[in-house]
Design a protein around this ligand. Structure first.
Ligand code: PEP
Ligand code: MG
Length: 555
């Protein structure tokens, strides 16, 4: 048995025969042509043919994966409409007397290399889109068939990488999973895999692409990012059992879409989703989350440069519009510590988790902070927005934040820019200090959300980045549970609502205890929304009490 590790980008387990992706080699055999007119005409009819194939792929994607993902094929069509792209091909043909296919190849190479050199992963992926559409164009120019788009038997695809159109071209009824040597979790291909619900593992590394594996039995564990080639009996039995369990569980969970998050004895709780980018909105819709309880906006700032007001505004507007009136809590940039932005020089610190991070950066770089707040307020008219501030440790800090919010609102009024006059504000409770003064903080804000990841780190003095400390990091520690209870009591005493958005929110061993504490909202990764709903619906608070004993455990 060979076990290979990569990155699981689409959950699920698949078992089948491994089949190397047949990519028809594009071998250009005519490089030059003296008949430029004929080449231009060949190029234009290949463009027409490509456009109609892209139309077909768009329609197929629309029914299989929905509008958001299908849009990629419209982007590909736009490339063929782009005057720089088309102009470059035609210039090669007329000025250098190149054949149409060679002109497309050179244009593809030069455009894609510009994108390949940029830092931003998003833009690098757009380079892959240019290559993808150019390859299609070249195949059409040379009459090469697209054989993988209609394969006959069930198999697991193995490839160096898959372009978006190759992924959507896969016949869902025959493709059990796919594995690639390269690729990232944010590429369109990974996103499509998740949406199509095909288990997928990417980034297995080039040596994994050994032709001797072709045709062998393989088990793909898209949840953990592992593939087993020629599995031994023990692994096959175990993975078959897990697969059966996952399928049954998935079926059960799907039946909970549309149901309420209400316990057997009638206690209701909001279950929201955490996201870090707009790419995850499809997951939020699929899991039927009641809202977004944490949008980690700092991920917008980790792509090289600081996003301008306009691009932030557009992003927040998209989220709000997509959520269609459901609550959306956007946390202002929580930078520093493990989330170091490249555009900002943060001095090297001995203890970055205790350093210049989070709200401290915002309150120091007020101009950047105000840009984000302006973008948020401008977007507020498009939905149900709340703004949340990370790592607040004192009343002074939140008061300073509120003064800045007031300034921003005044500026917008004087500029005649509309914004909602009902944008609740909340803070993350992430430090023991915030817990201890939660009675005072609750009087300043509309809501709290407990960041149990940081609260555990700061309470137990365990660096959350240090894997050696795993055994010392017990988020079930009585100290943590008492802190959550204390914060909940203080919030409610002063009319604020309280949620949990750290990883502990989806720990179903604690769901009943959180309900007993009166926690109003749990926000978690989209894949945990339905499991949490299931647990809540199976809980009966009238039958037992779990909290009391947990608060007294000696650990
Ligand atoms: C937390 O600390 O629990 C939290 C939700 O914030 P982050 O994980 O982004 O630090
Ligand atoms: Mg945190």
């Amino acid at each position: 048995m060979t076990e290979l590790h990569g990155k699981g980008v689409s959950k699920g387990i698949a078992i089948g025969k491994l089949s190397f992706y047949q990519r028809e080699k594009i071998c250009i055999n005519q490089f030059h042509s003296d008949d430029s007119k004929e080449e231009i005409s060949r190029f234009r009819s290949a463009c027409d043919m490509t456009l109609s194939q892209l139309d077909e792929l768009y329609k197929r994607a629309l029914t299989q994966v929905g509008e958001d993902e299908a849009i990629i094929f419209n982007i590909h069509k736009m490339i063929l409409d782009d005057s720089d792209y088309v102009g470059s091909v035609e210039k090669y043909i007329t000025e250098e007397h190149l054949s149409a296919e060679y002109a497309v190849a050179l244009t593809s190479e030069s455009f894609a290399s510009v994108f390949a050199a940029v830092e931003s992963e998003y833009l690098r992926c757009r380079g892959a889109d240019i290559k993808d559409v150019s390859d299609r164009l070249m195949k059409n120019l040379m009459n090469i068939q697209f054989s993988n788009e209609n394969s006959e038997h069930e198999h697991v695809i193995f490839s160096d990488d898959l372009a978006p159109s190759e992924t959507i071209g896969l016949d869902r009824s025959n493709v059990l999973a796919f594995c690639t040597a390269f690729g990232s979790s944010t590429s369109h291909t990974a996103i499509l895999a998740r949406t199509m619900k095909i288990p997928a593992v990417v980034g297995l590394g080039a040596p994994a692409l050994d032709e001797i594996f072709n045709g062998k039995e393989v088990i793909v564990d898209g949840t953990n990012g592992i593939i087993y080639i020629d599995p031994d009996e023990k692994t096959r039995t175990e993975m078959t059992r897990r697969r059966r369990f996952e399928l049954e569980r998935e079926k059960l969970l799907r039946s909970l879409v549309g149901c309420d998050n209400v316990t057997a004895d009638g206690r209701r709780i909001n279950v929201y989703a955490n996201i870090g980018s707009i790419d995850e909105l499809a997951d939020v819709a699929a899991c039927d989350a009641g809202g977004i309880g944490l949008f980690r906006s700092e991920f917008l700032f980790l792509n090289g440069c600081s996003p301008r007001e306009e691009s932030q505004f557009r992003c927040y507007r998209t989220v709000l519009k997509k959520m269609n009136g459901k609550p959306v809590i956007i946390r202002t940039a929580d930078l520093g510590a493990d989330k170091q932005p490249q555009f900002m020089e943060i001095q090297k610190e001995d203890n970055p988790a205790l350093g210049f991070r989070s709200i401290r950066i915002s309150l120091t770089n007020k101009d950047d902070f105000k840009v984000q707040l302006r973008a948020l307020y401008r977007a507020s008219v498009y939905g149900n927005l709340s703004i949340m501030f990370p790592m607040i440790t004192s009343v002074e800090e939140i008061r300073e934040v509120k003064d800045i919010l007031k300034e921003v609102r005044q500026e917008l009024v004087s500029e005649g820019v509309p914004f909602s006059d009902n944008v609740p504000i909340g803070i993350m409770i992430e430090t023991p200090a915030a817990v201890m003064i939660s009675d005072l903080l609750a009087q300043e804000v509309d809501f709290f959300s407990i960041g149990t990841n940081d609260l555990t780190q700061y309470t137990l003095a365990v660096d959350r980045q240090n894997s050696r400390l795993e055994k010392f990091c017990n988020p079930h520690h009585t100290a943590i549970l008492r802190m959550i209870k204390m914060t909940a009591d203080n919030a409610h005493k002063h009319g604020a609502w309280i949620g949990i958005c750290g990883e502990l929110s989806s720990d179903t061993e604690l769901t009943q205890a959180f309900l007993e504490m009166g926690i109003d909202e749990l926000s978690t990764t989209p894949s945990m929304v339905l499991p949490l709903r299931d647990k809540i619906r199976r809980t009966d608070l009238s039958k037992s009490n779990e909290l009391e004993s947990l608060l007294c455990v000696n650990n």
